[in-house]
Design a binder for this molecule. Structure first.
Ligand SMILES: [Zn+2]
Length: 195
């Protein structure tokens, strides 16, 4: 399997140290705090070694690399959902960790779960020209740069940010049982997407 050269190069560059505050200090680019952590390195190695197949992904310049990478993994069906983990023999139970009533697929988590529809409705109240929540993952992860088609490019940035915020939220729910309100989630997406 081939690695996507463009994305891989971009990720390799993240590994470099940079001076954020002044020339005498170095910081770890993979963490917001600038402090080195093993988990950030592990995540990064995971990203570097992810096989890409033939599908290419250009980094969308309006969202951070980590958000791009998550959207890209989602488009390839490579998120650690229960369905994907079962395919790899890691899990045996397919049912959604949040509602237990459907199989845990990308489709269910991002497009069908009741709370995600509510979050999307909130986003539409804020951004009137935002279309309905897509009915399939390939529409949700469709890559469009604003330079190609302005409004569609902005929508792509919003969709990728939506995937990022919802995925983090769902994982938090699994592990810490924290439930944020739809309004909070929608405003987090608005803030992070900088649109
Ligand atoms: Zn569910």
């Amino acid at each position: 399997m081939a690695m996507d050269v463009r994305v891989t190069n971009a990720k390799v560059q993240q590994l470099k140290y940079s001076s954020k505050v002044n020339q005498d200090r170095v910081s770890w680019n993979l963490e917001k705090s600038g402090i080195f952590t093993v988990s950030s390195l592990r995540r990064h190695i995971d990203d570097l070694t992810l096989p890409v197949g033939t599908q290419e992904w250009n980094l969308h310049r309006l969202v951070p690399r980590k958000v791009n990478i998550l959207a890209w993994r989602t488009s390839l069906g490579r998120l650690p959902t229960k369905t994907n983990l079962t395919k790899r023999g890691i899990a045996t139970d397919l049912s959604c960790s949040l509602c237990n009533s459907e199989d845990e697929t990308e489709n269910h988590l991002f497009l069908q779960f009741p709370i995600v529809k509510e979050v999307w409705n909130q986003l539409q109240l804020w951004w009137k020209s935002l279309p309905q929540l897509p009915s399939n993952i390939s529409d949700l992860t469709k890559w469009v740069e604003p330079s190609t088609a302005h409004n569609l490019g902005l929508q792509a940035a919003m969709k990728f940010t939506y995937i990022w915020v919802m995925w983090l939220h769902m994982n938090k729910n699994k592990h810490e049982n924290i439930l944020k309100s739809q309004k909070n989630l929608a405003s987090e997406i608005q803030t992070l997407s900088h649109l």
